[in-house]
Design a binder for this molecule. Sequence first.
Ligand code: C5P
Length: 404
Amino acid sequence: MNDLAGKHIVLGLSGGIACYKSAELCRGLIRAGATVQVVMTEAACQFITPVTMQALSGRPVVVSQWDAREGNNMPHINFSREADAIVVAPASADFIAKLAQGRADELLSLMCLARPSGTVPLLLAPAMNREMWAHPATQRNLAQVQADGAQVLGVGVGDQACGETGDGRMLEPDELLDEIVARFQPKLLRGEHVLVTAGPTFEAIDPVRGLTNLSSGKMGFAIARAAREAGAQVTLVTGPVALPTPRGVQRVDVRSALQMQAAVQAAAPQASVFVAAAAVADWRPATSADQKIKKDGSGDVPALHFVENPDILAGVAASERARSGALYCVGFAAESHDLLAHAQAKRQRKGVPLLVGNIGPETFGRDDNTLLLVDERGSIELPRGPKLGLARQLVAEIARRLAR
Ligand code: C5P
């Protein structure tokens, strides 16, 4: 998606082996619609060449404050005022120490110091050896730069180029890109705690078989991501799906409807918004065999008996907190026809203020969707588009209703 259309990013590289990932980040920023001005320290040029970054960004890379190509010879002023954000990736331990002290002896730190801090956010993607990361001096410097207004994007855990394992890896380019995109989303749900269910449930017949459905979880995951981008704390309870967890979202994996209900009941007392996007199985086998049910050659088939699953959403919507307005509940309806009538009826039946209808066969597994929002005032359609875009619109609609 063109999530960064119209945005101008200064991408700063300080010295570290993670510079190779910044090439991919630069491509990602451009693909997301941003224009990118790369600035490199001398140390960064030891790891990756300005030629590479120029080719990827489509602009000459600047490495020195004495670069005479700027008419007024003030790249630190010009670049920092054109930018919608300055992203330093990698931000080395030394570079962060410099920022903490307000030093400005080369272009990138000079530019960070000269940026209009009220309007141009500074995002740092640290990258260093785990001992350097854990060192009290680094942690002190990180606390200082955050107190001074920089946003530290966190680090990954795992193998390091030095052969050690631990904290301090630079986040992957796609993780950084998600963080940068999130930075530009309006913080409509700041202070809220959003609980989302997603995906199908799996109801076991025996240890190797079960009943499930075609829900991919994409819509629920997009809602979790959009809510987090909007500044909410997010808990995502998901059935079995093969999707990566959106950054900053707390994920709880479950399998059956009963497990999903238990996880939701544990999280709901802390939540202020509940969005039930999961396709919960209506029924489960009355008993689940301990051992695989075997074909015995007689031609007889096993008789399956079902019991109804609890309605997780209706249960939460009937709780004291939901009825008092402390917990705003949003239900989903996947229908095959007569969407408006079914969605209106389901809103009443579930006892929720907002019900989101969609056509099951036109959404399951797809990256795009159409949503019909039904509340006490009527209905509005969010036209077909990518699920993340729809999720952002839904988040805005929820925020508007919370503010009423
Ligand atoms: O009744 P139906 O399954 O069509 O309702 C769909 C809505 O109810 C969705 O929001 C779904 O997540 C929720 N639901 C639930 N527990 C169930 C069945 C549905 O929370 N057992």
